[in-house]
Ligand binder design. Structure first.
Ligand SMILES: Cc1cc2nc3c(=O)[nH]c(=O)nc-3n(C[C@H](O)[C@H](O)[C@H](O)COP(=O)(O)OP(=O)(O)OC[C@H]3O[C@@H](n4cnc5c(N)ncnc54)[C@H](O)[C@@H]3O)c2cc1C
Length: 379
């Protein structure tokens, strides 16, 4: 019998990979460090490049029951509160990129993936099992797991590190383990929809740009709640202090948030490698990125789709084929996301020039600029 693909980590990338393999009749075993899959409260944007893959695996109805398809993104100048530009999504996104743009609570996304995984006999999922070490061996790969203080080694056809920012599987690919500090922190909150000021319509994603900071607000939980992410320089600044000079609706929104969680932001320097022997990396383990393009989870989903395909195709070296297919995109994202933050956080004259350019830009040009991300198709 063919040995299963061993996956370290049951995050968005690991669960999607197991499902994509199952779709192709391939078995996998997932090992997850946490003892329960209960993602802490926050949102995730599923752009068409991610939706296309999830829909293709039959997850569309489960996602639509909990997600919202926003009509567009409204970009505003935070100090004045003035809207600068609306980028159409909704039906326009679906027409242009062939799949819907959704926004969803991470717990809902993870639950949809987990339910689908549980329904597949060919997927094993072991919780409270920490991957300790991965190794490429003759004709396969092994993963050493620690469960309840005991270690055991499991044989697989391939080992995939979907173990996120602090990946241990990265060692087996001979890449530096440490992620890059970005000097930025995200404050995240979830508010009841009724608590939102009218300047943040839940039919849209709102992006407010200020010197050295920006805020993103969008609906989750089928529109009953709003996800708020406020990003700025790491330091002792509270969300209230961060928006003290912003227009009144932003200050009101921040004051209404019941609880903030803090996420220091890391990314990874682009590396020209995604595998070694029969060990591969996907998602944040491979190319963690700043959230400014809303693509970290989406790229983990893309990685999973491509990796499942090349393993199924069974060429002479499937992981080499995976690396060839993904490496340019994997290297591009973290740098593009950093550039986006630099633009979003401009101040003074630069911010005025950016705002003028954004207001004057034809919508078609802005949409074209997103094609490389949202228009991606595997194969
Ligand atoms: C503020 C913020 C906003 C974001 N917004 C978006 C967005 O709008 N759109 C988007 O696409 N992305 C977004 N992202 C990025 C996205 O959350 C990540 O890129 C994505 O979750 C990566 O998925 P992953 O499967 O690689 O890793 P994770 O989802 O982090 O999963 C890794 C899993 O591995 C497990 N694990 C870790 N170590 C081990 C081990 N040794 N053994 C076993 N298991 C282990 C972890 O417990 C976890 O379950 C955002 C990130 C942040 C911080």
């Amino acid at each position: 019998m063919t040995r299963p693909v061993l996956i370290a980590g049951a995050g968005i990338g690991g669960l999607t990979l197991a499902l994509a393999l199952a779709e192709r009749g391939l078995a996998s075993e997932i090992f997850e460090r946490a003892s329960a899959l209960d993602e802490v409260g926050a949102g995730v944007q599923l752009a068409p490049n991610a939706s296309r893959i999830l829909d293709g695996m039959g997850l569309g109805p489960a996602l639509d029951a909990v997600a919202v398809r926003p009509e567009g993104v409204v970009i505003s100048d935070a100090p004045s509160g003035r809207p600068l530009k609306t980028i159409p999504l909704g039906a326009a996104a679906e027409r242009r990129w062939g799949a819907p743009y959704r926004v969803v609570h991470r717990a809902d996304l993870q639950a949809a993936l987990h339910d689908a995984v549980s329904a597949r006999a060919s997927i094993g999922l072991t919780l409270a099992a920490r991957a300790v070490k991965a190794e490429d061996v003759a004709g396969g790969a092994v993963l050493e797991i620690e469960t309840a203080g005991e270690r055991r080694t499991i044989d697989g056809s391939f080992v995939v590190g979907a173990d996120g920012l602090r990946s241990v599987v990265r060692q087996a690919v001979k890449l530096p383990e440490a992620a890059r500090e970005t000097g930025l922190i995200a404050h995240r909150a979830v508010l009841a929809a009724e608590a939102l000021p009218k300047a943040f319509p839940l039919t849209h994603v709102s992006v407010w740009l200020a010197p050295s900071a920006h805020m993103v607000v969008y609906p989750v939980r089928a529109g009953r709640e709003a996800n708020v992410v406020l990003i700025g320089a790491l330091g002792a600044t509270t969300p209230g202090e961060r928006v003290a000079r912003w227009a009144a609706p932003a200050r009101a929104l921040v004051a209404a948030a019941p609880r903030w969680t803090e996420w220091p932001l890391f990314d990874r320097a682009p590396a020209a490698r995604l595998r070694r022997g029969r060990v591969a990396l996907i998602g944040d383990a491979a190319h963690a990125t700043l959230p400014s393009l809303g693509q970290g989870a989406a790229f983990a989903i893309e990685d999973a789709a491509t990796l499942a395909r090349v393993i199924d195709e069974g060429g002479p070296d499937p992981l080499a084929a995976y690396e060839t297919a993904r490496i340019m995109r994997a290297m591009r994202l973290p740098e593009a996301s950093r550039r986006q933050v630099a633009i979003d956080h401009m101040g003074g004259l630069a911010a005025r020039a950016r705002n003028l350019a954004l207001t004057a830009a034809p919508t078609s040009a802005l949409l074209r600029g997103l094609d490389w991300i949202y228009g991606w198709r595997d194969g």
